[in-house]
Design a protein around this ligand. Structure first.
Ligand SMILES: [Zn+2]
Length: 160
């Protein structure tokens, strides 16, 4: 584990930070609401990233846990400041995840368990969509239905 400050200077640890340090710093700067970022090259989400196709909402958990479709940021070289800026632009102030074109996935959360849960849900949904396209044409949920699922999940879902 390497601990860096918001200027990217190493404060703890003997290792070099990730080559995607500019990405992590830019997202933390842009999104004061989040406290955890996971960047992964998970295979099925990356399949969408290389096709530069967003992961649409076809199952309830993507709406509930992630809050909407996972959009694709414009392509940039891995580790570059341009990649970081493209990711920040595509995320905006609302999205909790973004695909990096021809690269992988970036997922945000208030904490690491939430970000990891979102990674798992996104990978599951990527798999569902790929299989559903083998069977036919998946129905994509409307923005209204997505908002309703998200609201119910945040307010009423599960044990209190
Ligand atoms: Zn990467």
């Amino acid at each position: 584990m390497v601990v860096v400050n918001m200027s990217g200077e190493v404060e703890q640890g003997k290792w070099k930070p990730s080559s995607e340090l500019p990405l992590h710093l830019a997202v933390y700067q842009a999104r004061k609401d989040i406290k955890a970022i996971i960047h992964t090259h998970s295979v099925l989400a990356t399949a969408f990233a290389v096709c530069r196709q967003e992961i649409p909402v076809v199952a309830e958990d993507l709406a509930q846990v992630v809050g909407g479709p996972v959009r694709v940021a414009d392509y940039a070289h891995p580790g570059s400041v341009e990649l970081a800026l493209n990711a920040v632009k595509a995320l905006g102030q609302e999205d909790n995840a973004v695909l990096l074109a021809n690269h992988g996935l970036v997922v945000l959360g208030n904490d690491f368990p939430t970000a990891l849960q979102r990674c798992r849900v996104i990978e599951r949904n990527a798999q569902i969509i790929i299989w559903s396209k083998v069977l036919g044409s998946p129905y994509i949920l409307t923005p209204e239905k997505i908002a309703e699922l998200r609201k119910n999940y945040l307010c009423d879902y599960g044990q209190k």
